[in-house]
Structures are given as structure tokens and as C-alpha cells.
Design a protein around this ligand. Structure first.
Ligand code: NAD
Length: 356
């Protein structure tokens, strides 16, 4: 029976890289019933929202979706469609494997780590107050009354909620993932030395959860030291579990260790719905030119196939990507530039997908 998958092409380079991904997936012979639905700025005029109900229904119905990136206006306009999707379906685990590929043009050859990022809490919860909002002065007064250091009344504020239940389930996910995938170690990343209430509690919970998984090594690391360690010796890391904001930043850093954003796949996983997508954004600077690297999206599709139980097809895609990159003759401009300093001789997005 065909697997149902909701496909959200997105905008910017999204339509190009999802078209490339789809051709590669279809070439594996796995039967997929693609239900293509659009979201983002382009649908606001028709539906009055960047995330129409029928898109949510399509994802709910298929239980599995793969999407291209969607542009979020900076400062003003609608909040991120990506964040809204994650919130709506409570896709609390963001899983981002970073694996060195031969010929990926990066400085390292031995990176093999997995980021597990909490996806629903932290400073990304979107609880913000503009400067001048009268509630800011009120909160400032309450903080002062509690005897703590206060802040200027003309501040803008962003709250950082980190819950016990949210921390438990993400750390559990990281350990379960480590067990399932034969990984040896989980590292909890935090800034508990400074943010004692929020990150301190997250760390305490991580340690408690770790006790239930004696077969998996556990350690913790402060986020700044983690960044230095990743750059100096990425092979020290295996599975990393991070609160939302650090997870976002560190996963881009890790993408840089394996050839850049065009190489890093990802999945957003909830209790019964999973949405797969590349780590990168909509790259408006290169959209519509057939030069974007679709590898991250193609490898996200391989993660999706694993999720659907199509492990042979998933492995075939990973092998094909590896072989195409190792051969180096038909790669996109970002990879070529990283390898030789110039994009000369690169092939286009669709030609690379053909080679894969
Ligand atoms: P970006 O990831 O789109 O681009 C950063 C840089 O990396 C650019 O120079 C771009 O050309 C390059 N790049 C990205 N993907 C590439 C690829 N596949 N091949 C070759 N080069 C690639 O980040 P940004 O510019 O900060 O964000 C652009 C928009 O994307 C913003 O509106 C942002 O909100 C949105 N965004 C969406 C998602 C998502 O849909 N999940 C994720 C991140 C950012």
C-alpha cells in the first residue's frame, strides 16, 4: 500500500529542492501518495493566513509530512509558519543528524553526531512584550518587589519558559534515540551556571533521566564550551540534547562542520505526527536559479523513509548521495566552492538530483 505523505513545497528555494527530493524518492520505487499543499506568504491573499486549515488537515491525515523552507518576515508580519506547525502538532523533538560526507568541502572528515533540540519551549515560545507595553513596567515592579535585580522599564521582554515535563520528554527522546540507533553517549547542553532556574532545572531533569539509561554514557556541557569543543574536536560528541534556542544555533554550527546548510537534514517529531525538513531556510538570495543544494532535503527524505519503515530505500538514498558527492563531478555550487574556491564546473539543483 502506498504511504500517504503531505508535501509542503514552501517558498524561496523550497519548490526547487522539494522537486529534486521528490524525484529521488520516487526513483527508489517506494510508493508514495503525495498530497501537495501550500503554506506561507503566497497563500495569505487567498486564505487570509499563511497556514490554512486544509494544510493542517493534510498533515493530520497523512501523519507524515515533508516540507521546504518557508520565509518568515523579520520584525513585523506573521510569526513563523514553521514554529506554528511545530506548536500545532506539538512536534517537540527536532532531530538533526550531522554526518561528514566525502567531498563535502568541510574542514573535518569524522563528524558523526546528532542534535536533539527541544522544539516547543524556551525563548522561542513567543511570549514577548514590546517596549512601552504597560505590562513590562508591571513585571519590572513585581521583580523589584521580589528583591531581585530589576530591569529598565523601557525594556522589551521575552520570557523563557522551560518546564519539567518538556525537559523530561526531550531528554527521554534523546536517550531512546541513542538506544534505538546504537549510539554511545548523550550530552546535555545548557547554561545552568548563569540561568540557574531554567537551565538549572533542565540539567537536573537530564541527570535524573540519565540514571534510567545506564547503558548510555551521559555528560553535560555549558553551551559556550560546547561550541568551542565542536570546532576543536567534533568527534568528542555523539547525541546532544539542547533546549530550543541553543539547539537552533548549535545545529547551524554543526551543519557548518559537514559542508554547510545545504547538507544538514532534519525531522520534527511529535507523539504521532512527524514533519521532515532541511535545517536551512528559504535562501531568497539564490531562489529560482536552480543552484541550491538539495542534499539536506534529500537526506531529510531518507529520514522520512526510515520513519515509514522503508529502511532499504532510505539506505539506498544515503548511499547514492555519498557516492555522488565522493565522485565530485556533479555537485552544486556551494560544494564546489568549498572544495575548490570557485563554483565553476558545478551542476544545477535538478541535475545533481538526477546524478543521485
Ligand atoms: P538561509 O538558511 O535561508 O540562508 C543562509 C545562507 O545559506 C544563504 O547564503 C543561503 O544562500 C545559503 N543556503 C541555505 N540553504 C542552501 C542550500 N540548500 N544550498 C545552497 N546554499 C544554501 O537562512 P536565512 O537567510 O537566515 O533565512 C531566510 C529565510 O528562511 C528567513 O525568512 C527565515 O525565517 C527562513 N527560515 C525558514 C526555515 C524553515 O522553513 N524551517 C528555517 C530557517 C529559516
Amino acid at each position: 500500500m502506498a504511504h500517504k505523505v503531505a508535501l509542503i513545497p514552501g517558498d524561496g528555494i523550497g519548490p526547487e529542492i522539494t522537486a529534486a527530493m521528490r524525484r529521488v524518492v520516487d526513483a527508489t520505487g517506494v510508493e508514495i501518495e503525495w498530497n501537495t499543499v501550500d503554506a506561507g506568504a503566497g497563500v495569505i491573499e487567498e486564505y487570509g493566513t499563511p497556514l490554512p486549515q486544509h494544510v493542517l488537515d493534510a498533515v493530520e491525515d497523512a501523519k507524515v509530512a515533508i516540507k521546504g523552507p518557508i520565509t518568515t518576515p523579520v520584525g513585523t508580519g506573521f510569526r513563523s509558519v514553521n514554529v506554528a506547525l511545530r506548536k500545532h502538532f506539538d512536534l517537540y523533538s527536532c532531530v538533526r543528524p550531522c554526518l561528514s560526507q566525502p567531498g563535502d568541502g568541510s574542514r573535518y572528515e569524522d563528524v558523526d553526531l546528532v542534535i536533539v533540540r527541544e522544539n516547543t519551549e524556551d525563548l522561542y515560545a513567543g511570549i514577548e512584550f514590546d517596549e512601552g507595553d504597560p505590562r513590562v513596567a508591571e513585571i519590572s515592579r513585581i521583580v523589584e518587589e521580589s528583591g531581585r535585580k530589576t530591569f529598565r522599564a523601557d525594556s522589551a521582554l521575552s520570557l523563557k519558559p522551560i518546564s519539567i515535563t518538556g525537559s523530561q520528554r526531550i531528554v527521554e527522546y534523546a536517550f531512546e534515540y541513542a538506544r534505538r540507533c546504537g549510539r554511545r553517549k548523550v550530552t546535555a547542553v545548557h547554561k545552568a551556571n548563569i540561568m540557574k532556574a531554567t537551565d538549572g532545572m533542565y540539567l537536573r531533569i537530564a541527570r535524573e533521566v540519565a540514571e534510567r539509561y545506564p547503558d548510555i554514557e551521559f555528560n553535560d556541557k555549558i553551551v559556550d564550551a560546547t561550541c568551542m569543543g565542536l570546532v576543536q574536536n567534533p568527534a568528542d560528541f555523539d547525541v546532544m540534547v539542547l533546549p530550543n534556542l541553543y539547539g537552533d544555533i548549535v545545529s547551524d554550527l554543526c551543519a557548518g562542520l559537514v559542508g554547510g546548510l545545504g547538507m544538514a537534514p532534519g525531522a520534527n517529531i511529535g507523539r504521532d505526527i512527524a514533519v521532515f525538513e532541511a535545517t536551512h531556510g528559504s535562501a531568497p538570495d539564490i531562489a529560482g536559479k536552480n543552484i541550491a543544494n538539495p542534499t539536506a532535503e534529500i537526506l531529510s527524505a531518507a529520514m522520512m523513509l526510515d520513519h515509514l519503515g522503508e529502511n532499504v530505500a532510505a539506505a539506498a538514498i544515503r548511499d547514492a548521495v555519498r557516492a555522488t558527492l565522493a565522485e565530485g563531478a556533479q555537485v552544486t555550487g556551494d560544494v564546489r566552492r568549498a572544495l575548490t574556491g570557485s563554483a565553476e564546473g558545478a551542476v544545477g539543483t535538478q541535475e545533481y538530483a538526477d546524478a543521485v
